[in-house]
Design a protein around this ligand. Structure first.
Ligand code: S3P
Length: 432
């Protein structure tokens, strides 16, 4: 049964809220804690379908993981070489991060594994990871050489190499880093533009020999990981929907607390600031090594911008909500360098352009760019393409449109932002 939403114009968002834990960090926290020696306590874990799928997979691989209360996991790490084979396929659900990082990790094990995913994940490209891992000595078979199910042939000897990822993707980079932990010698990874560096920073904090700077990583093979606790901040990618809603709906003033503001994730705040968004960070601090802040957002008069291309990797998941802001701003917004959006949970350029046009916006696209002329929106019937971020983007657009907007197939919002509707309602959004 499909889960549909209805949204209509709201009269102002107010109040204070927190959002669920960061998805990228939650995946990595489970993976690295599983490979560490001893017990790690993870707090602020995202109880989303994607990250729970990753935790379930490590249970299948013989790691004991307890849930003393929601958002907390106690992981009894088995050490770098302690994972056990699973007789069953390992189901990553909707999660590209889960599947790509696990491919890197599992290709270095002594045993074989099979990774599967849902219909959307089974259409997403995996050759970008497989081809590079093969250069390290890995052996992975994929449907048509590119798609899940992935049959990972263990028992290979991996060796360190110098690799350019060719694509600005933290998932590709992190898959290589996981393999490099097990490789003989050093692996040097360069990427065309810097991407989120959580794998690197977490490895360093767990005592692994790794050096990195934006765009380049050097990993030494062989070592061990200390177990350690971690507090995961709120996910800025989830906060972005509420930030946009508060900017776009008149008479709004909200504060979102405990949001991760790693510079590799705050491209959306820079983009909104360029548009004239009234966004203030305060209470800036560090938790478990990560920069965290509270964020106040007030209604803003937004203007269209030419998005600086270097911001794109730092806001890759926020592009859909950025397009909504552009559609309601004054003047034209142009963004280029967006080709990666075509291979996310849906083709996010196509999904957004189609939905925004249905709501009356002027939007045109090329293979890697979008141009949107701001104006007013009206209600429409929206296909979310079963993509969580498309569903939430149009839930925000509906707050600024005449009439009742129906958004179809929203169940996958539970992959990244369980409780989105209730939280949005509590701040004053008109969504059910
Ligand atoms: C992620 C990296 C990004 C992002 C995804 C999470 C990660 O993908 O879109 O939601 O956790 O590494 P790419 O690095 O492939 O762009």
């Amino acid at each position: 049964m499909s889960l549909d939403w209805q949204g209509r114009r709201s009269g102002g968002l107010t109040g204070q809220a927190t959002v669920p834990g960061d998805k990228s960090i939650s995946h990595r926290a489970i993976m690295l804690a599983a490979l560490a020696d001893g017990e790690s306590v993870i707090e602020g874990f995202l109880e989303g379908e994607d990250t729970r799928a990753t935790a379930r997979i490590f249970s299948q691989l013989g790691v004991r993981i307890e849930t003393p209360n929601p958002h907390t996991r106690v992981v009894h790490g088995v050490g770098l070489h302690g994972l056990q084979p699973s007789a069953e396929a390992l189901d990553c659900g909707n999660a590209g991060t889960g599947m790509r990082l696990l491919t890197g990790l599992l290709c270095a094990q002594a045993f074989d594994s099979v990774l599967v995913g849902d219909a959307s994940l089974s259409k997403r490209p995996m050759a970008r990871v497989i081809r590079l891992l093969e250069k390290m000595g890995a052996s992975v078979s994929a449907r048509d050489g590119n798609f899940a199910p992935l049959h990972i042939h263990g028992g290979q000897v991996l060796h360190g190499v110098e690799i350019d990822t060719q694509v600005a993707s933290a998932q590709v980079k992190s898959a290589l880093i996981f393999a490099a932990l097990y490789a003989q010698g050093e692996t040097v990874i360069t990427e065309p533009r810097p991407t989120r560096d959580y794998t690197e920073s977490m490895l360093k904090s767990l005592g692994w020999p790794i050096d990195y700077r934006p765009g380049e990583v050097l990993v030494h093979g062989g070592g061990s990981l200390k177990a350690g606790g971690m507090r995961i901040p709120g996910d800025i990618s989830s906060a972005a929907f509420l930030i946009a809603a508060a900017m776009l709906v008149p008479c709004s003033d909200i504060t979102l607390c405990n949001i991760g503001v790693n510079p590799r994730r705050t491209g959306i705040l820079s983009a909104f600031a360029l548009m004239g968004g009234r966004i203030e960070l305060f209470n800036e601090r560090r938790e478990s090594g990560e920069p965290v802040a509270d964020i106040r957002v007030r209604s803003s008069s937004l203007k269209g911008i030419d998005l600086p291309e270097h911001l794109v990797p730092d806001m890759i998941d926020e592009c859909p909500i950025f397009f909504v802001a552009a559609a309601l701003a004054t003047g034209k917004t142009r963004a280029t360098g967006l080709a990666e959006l075509r291979v996310k949970e849906s083709d996010r350029i196509a999904s957004m352009v189609k939905g925004l046009r249905a709501m009356g916006a002027q939007a045109v696209d090329s293979p890697d760019s979008v141009e949107i002329t701001g104006g007013t929106l009206h209600a429409a019937d929206i296909d979310s393409c079963e993509d969580h971020r498309i569903a939430m983007s149009f839930a925000v657009a509906a707050q600024c449109a005449d009439g009742v907007t129906a958004i179809h197939d929203c169940a996958n919002v539970a992959t990244s932002f369980p409780g989105f509707v209730a939280l949005a309602q509590s701040l004053g959004m008109n969504l059910e």
